[in-house]
Design a protein. Structure first.
Lengths: 277, 168
């Protein structure tokens, strides 16, 4: 993409729930706007004229983090992950006003560098080792119409485009690794305990962010979620819900209820972004 | 360090993701899921005494539901077009994809990977078609599975990216 970025018009809603069986909620999410510091205090321009100048520099950030279950302090890990990420992005905000083709790779590197910084920060604060708290992170930075995805762990990003649900992320679990190796079939992986064992996590022993991007069009619906949703709600049902003529809030709360009705065995976080143009 | 954006372009299932994974991680899996949007990887390559960071944009393949998004190619310094030797129709479409690449990225260096040479007995691409591709220059028979031709292809393109004039 080139030239000035355009602000996206979106309808966004996020919700997080402890579920039916867990003692605490280890999931966190954020919805944030990033803009270069340009605050017009006074002008004789019409509001419509300067609104474009302000909003042109805007990017939106959506992220879900799921503290690694079974570890003490998983809730602290996911909270710290998003807090440190927000602080990093606030410092890096100046780079979001122009995204020509030449700047785009540098921008992606900065996003990835931010994840590495958060990882190191978590290790410094919470310690290293197999029992140290850790977190997943699925982050989408929307600079309309392009969405930059950075993913670690098994929280997911998917989107509905013309009725078809596409998954932007792939779970970083031992089960998926064994599927890649041909040791396990996808069906075996879905039933395996290894399906919830992460091979990569923020603050974990290994952390390998996956980076990608996709262009949206008006009408697309983006979903970020923790595995508390996908354990209980099928892709078909998710597609059905995201295809309804609902608000983001209706979609998110209905999907949450679906997960709870399906058992609610884990914390559930659902973040829905409707692309309005 | 010099950084170069290289796009992988082709029909779905031709092995674009597998070629990138073979090159970046020296591993192969025949179970990669279809790419959605673009997946991005990096690899530092030492060529002629210079370290070059290749930023590899693995674009979702063209299929019956989606065309290749030309905006992903904008700003590319090089392009790798990938055909599957066992599916001649994927090679037939390379001409059209090349036109898209040139429209979107300009006249940048490119190579063509005729992939799945490990399955050469099942190839449906004729010698004449292969010769026609070779005549355009920069044709490599590759196998993401065995690694044959992969490193050579990426290094060849990298040299072209840093060469004056950028010819392949």
């Amino acid at each position: 993409m080139s030239g000035k970025v355009a602000a996206a018009v979106t309808d966004v809603f996020g919700v997080s729930d402890i579920g039916r069986r867990r003692a605490r909620n280890e999931d966190h999410f954020i919805v944030a706007s990033l803009r270069k510091e340009l605050a017009i205090r006074q002008s004789n321009l019409t509001a419509a004229a300067w609104h474009d100048a302000e909003s042109a520099a805007e990017a939106q950030v959506f992220a879900v983090a799921d503290g690694v279950g079974g570890h003490e302090g998983g809730d602290v890990a996911s909270q710290l992950t998003l807090t440190m990420l927000v602080n990093y992005l606030a410092r890096a905000a100046a780079s979001f006003n122009q995204l020509g083709a030449d700047e785009e790779n540098a921008f992606l590197e900065r996003l990835e560098a931010g994840v590495h910084e958060v990882h190191e920060g978590l290790l410094a604060q919470l310690g290293r080792g197999s029992r140290a708290p850790a977190s997943t992170l699925t982050m989408v930075t929307l600079v309309w119409p392009r969405a930059y995805v950075v993913h670690v762990g098994d929280s997911r990003a998917m989107y509905l485009h013309r009725g078809i649900l596409r998954t932007l992320t792939r779970d970083q679990t031992f089960a998926e690794m064994l599927v890649d190796d041909g040791t396990m079939t996808p069906e075996q992986a879905a039933r395996s305990m290894l399906n919830s064992t992460l091979t990569s996590a923020i603050g974990g022993q290994d952390m390998r962010p996956i980076v990608g991007l996709v262009d949206f069009v008006p009408g697309d619906v983006l979903l970020l979620c923790s595995d508390g949703l996908t354990k209980h709600v099928s892709d078909e049902r998710i597609a059905e819900r995201l295809g309804e003529p609902w608000t983001a809030e209706q979609m998110a709360t209905t999907l949450l209820q679906d997960a709870l009705d399906g058992g609610g065995s884990d914390n559930v976080t659902v973040l829905v972004v409707r692309m309005l143009g | 360090m010099i950084s170069k954006k290289v796009c992988m372009v082709g029909v779905f299932g031709t092995g674009k993701t597998s070629l990138v994974q073979r090159f970046v991680q020296t591993k192969f899996s025949d179970r990669y899921l279809s790419t959605v949007g673009v997946k991005i990887d990096r690899k530092v390559v030492a060529v002629d005494g210079a370290d070059i960071t290749l930023v590899l944009w693995d674009l979702a393949g063209r299929d019956g539901h989606q065309e290749v998004n030309g905006s992903y190619l904008r700003g590319a310094h090089g392009v790798i077009y990938v055909g599957d030797g066992t599916r001649a129709t994927t090679v037939d479409q390379l001409g059209e994809l090349r036109r898209l690449g040139t429209e979107s990225a300009g006249d940048v260096p490119s190579v063509t990977a005729l992939n799945k040479i490990d399955l050469v007995d099942a190839w449906t691409v004729s010698r004449a078609e292969e010769a026609a591709l070779a005549a355009q220059g920069g044709l490599f028979r590759t196998s993401a599975k065995s690694g044959v031709g992969v490193e050579e292809m990426f290094l060849h393109l990298t040299r072209a990216l840093i060469a004056p004039g950028g010819s392949v």
